[in-house]
Design a protein around this ligand. Structure first.
Ligand code: GRF
Length: 219
């Protein structure tokens, strides 16, 4: 089914771009019909403009309460008849105002393998912790910080010579694949929620013998 997507952003918007591209290339049927930024000069707004998608600024600093900010966003989402809300680098925690209006219809992406490393600067945290893998997660949003049911995760190795920048770039390139994929599964009605688990119906075939190690096994 083709859904009307409303995308919430705060920054560069490379995930927004990957979704616009997936839509224009027919990888997903859904279309981005409005972009809302809480940051007035976010580059994501330029990207929206280049694709003739309306970009609307709702600055959280103008709203003393999170709920008022969310009500303003909700007004725009309703105006544009949005079916599915996509948080793409949107650095605000949302409240019941949005969650109740769009139950299990708000997705978020996070640059870590949740539930490890919720919050900010997580690529640096994974690197400094000494993890051998990092990655990204698309999940349903809930009232917590990066806590909702997980839809899809992507894994990348952490290399010995990585910096925060090189690792972030590697993770981001996978984000650009898993977000359109999650939207595709959603629009096809294939996401079945069972408690905290999100199952794919019908299932995609996954080689159950697949595993990764870093460093690789040498024998
Ligand atoms: C991404 O790493 C996303 O996971 C995180 O913020 C970054 C946003 O990147 N929440 P962009 O604005 O989509 O380029």
């Amino acid at each position: 089914m083709s859904l009307r997507l409303g995308v919430l952003v705060s920054g560069s918007g490379s995930n927004l771009q990957s979704i616009i591209d997936a839509s224009e290339n027919g990888i997903i049927k859904s279309k981005v019909v409005v972009v809302i930024s809480n940051v007035p000069d976010a580059y994501a707004l330029e990207r929206a403009k280049k694709h003739n998608i309306p970009g609307i600024v709702i600055n959280h600093k103008d709203y003393p309460h999170r709920e008022d900010f969310d009500r303003e966003i909700l007004g725009v989402l309703k105006n544009y008849n949005i079916d599915l809300v996509i948080m793409a680098g949107f650095l605000r925690v949302i409240t019941k105002v949005l969650l109740d209006a769009y139950p299990m219809k708000i997705l978020n992406i996070h640059p870590a393998l949740l539930p490890s490393f919720p919050g900010l600067h997580v690529q640096k945290k994974a690197l400094e912790y000494g993890c051998k893998f990092a990655g990204c997660t698309v999940h349903f949003a809930d009232a917590g910080v990066d806590t909702g049911p997980i839809i899809i995760q992507g894994v990348v190795p952490i290399l010995d010579n990585d910096t925060e920048e090189t690792l972030s770039k590697r993770i981001l390139s996978v984000e650009h694949k898993i977000y359109p994929m999650a939207i595709k599964l959603f629009e096809e009605g294939r996401l079945k929620i069972s408690g905290r688990r999100v199952l794919i119906d019908p299932p995609l075939s996954v080689d159950e013998k697949t595993f990764l190690t870093n460093p690789p096994i040498l024998f």
